[in-house]
Design a protein around this ligand. Structure first.
Ligand code: UGA
Ligand code: MN
Length: 347
């Protein structure tokens, strides 16, 4: 959460935000697009407005320097606008309720032709979710300024970290332990920086239903749910009978105690912090199982079942088609044209 120092600048900021909010609400209420929601909103403008500002502020990074910048105001306004649009079409995020629980979304990423496209799609899902902190961990030796600028542009609260895959794995011909160094880096960041909340390993190329995030927010220890498009069974999920877990359905069980997909579970920060040695092994295919085993003491019967007792699919293990790196551009031929600018974006 942001810490706000009481100062004249904050008062100015507050006035500006309330002014912006007022303009937004007036525009919203006088538009004829959503008559039903307008009727609903007329009866709850005050708490709604308060919530919008709180949500917007929680998503915008405000450092110690409380100078009110145009960018900051723009960020806050954008978040308010998003939330107005979102809550008009969907009732997933509660307007009011218990104090927010932060979701730490752990996303490994690496440079490749599809990276910007995948991250853009993912970010624009996360923009619809409140109280998140996106940990984006690059498999690289140094932070890419382009990636940092891209992450900034989304207006989501994020932390950009790096964790290169150790070279002995990178140079292997066989299966690589993808995203492991990245996720272990994030686990340590959480241990050092977070007090409570819920963490989730969300790869950059999956497809997330926005409802998933609020579903997993109340995870006490470890929660699980189905993942679509996984292995030859088409899905990976806990098997539930009469409301209880009786096993796991997955195309590849392979002696795993927890035969689940990376996208199919979340864990509480508190629970993790009580297990200082928990980490993910560099063992392709066994990353999930190895990590969940390292959370010992923890047994399958303790799993909290989500997505209506595992009857809904709220996340899909999609994979973006691999693309060849693009051809070099003839700098002389395209000098002083947009091509050189565009070439900086693509790989
Ligand atoms: C599956 C699992 O869902 C992954 O969680 C698991 O790490 C991986 O297999 C594995 O064990 O090999 P898959 O879709 O095949 O995932 O893998 P990717 O999506 O290519 O990679 C998983 C994550 O690691 C992605 O977020 C990706 O951006 C990142 N990654 C991948 C790296 O950071 N470095 C790499 O060299 C490759
Ligand atoms: Mn993937």
């Amino acid at each position: 959460m942001v810490t706000l120092s009481v100062s004249l600048q904050m008062r100015i900021l507050w006035t500006l935000v309330m002014g912006t909010l007022f303009v937004l609400l007036v525009q919203y209420q006088t538009s004829s697009v959503w008559p039903q929601q307008q009727a609903q909103m007329n009866s709850r403008v005050d708490p709604f407005a308060e919530d919008l500002v709180a949500i917007a502020l929680s998503k915008v990074e405000i450092g110690d320097d409380t100078t009110v910048s145009k960018e900051m105001l723009l960020g806050i306004t954008r978040q308010i606008a998003r939330y107005v649009v979102y809550s008009s079409g969907c009732s997933v995020s509660p307007i009011s309720g218990p104090p927010p629980i932060t979701l730490y979304i752990i996303t490994p990423t690496y440079r490749r032709p599809e990276q910007v496209a995948d991250l853009t799609r993912m970010a624009q899902t996360l923009m619809l979710v409140r109280d998140i902190h996106w940990l984006v961990i690059e498999d690289a030796k140094s932070k890419s300024p382009q990636l940092n600028a891209l992450l900034q542009s989304f207006g989501i609260k994020f932390t950009h970290l790096i964790a290169p895959m150790p070279s002995r794995y990178k140079n292997t011909r066989g299966a690589k332990p993808k995203g492991v160094a990245n996720r272990n880096r994030a686990l340590n960041w959480i241990r050092e920086n977070a007090n409570e909340g819920v963490a989730y390993f969300a790869d950059d190329d999956n497809t997330y239903d926005v409802r998933l995030f609020n579903e997993i927010r109340d995870t006490q220890r470890v929660s699980m749910w189905p993942v679509g498009l996984c292995t030859k069974t088409g899905l990976s999920t806990p098997i539930v009978r009469n409301g209880s877990l009786i096993g796991f359905y997955d195309g590849w069980i392979a002696n795993r105690k927890f035969p689940v997909d990376m996208a199919g579970f979340a864990f509480s920060v508190n629970f993790l912090k009580k297990r200082p040695h928990a980490k993910m092994p560099y063992k392709p295919g066994y990353e999930e199982d190895g990590f969940l085993r390292s959370l010992s003491p923890f047994e399958p019967r303790e799993i909290e079942l989500k997505a209506d007792n595992c009857t809904k699919i709220l996340v899909w293990h999609t994979q973006t088609k691999k693309n060849e790196p693009s051809l070099k551009v003839n700098v002389e031929k395209y000098n002083n044209t947009n091509i050189l600018e565009l070439k900086k974006i693509i790989v």
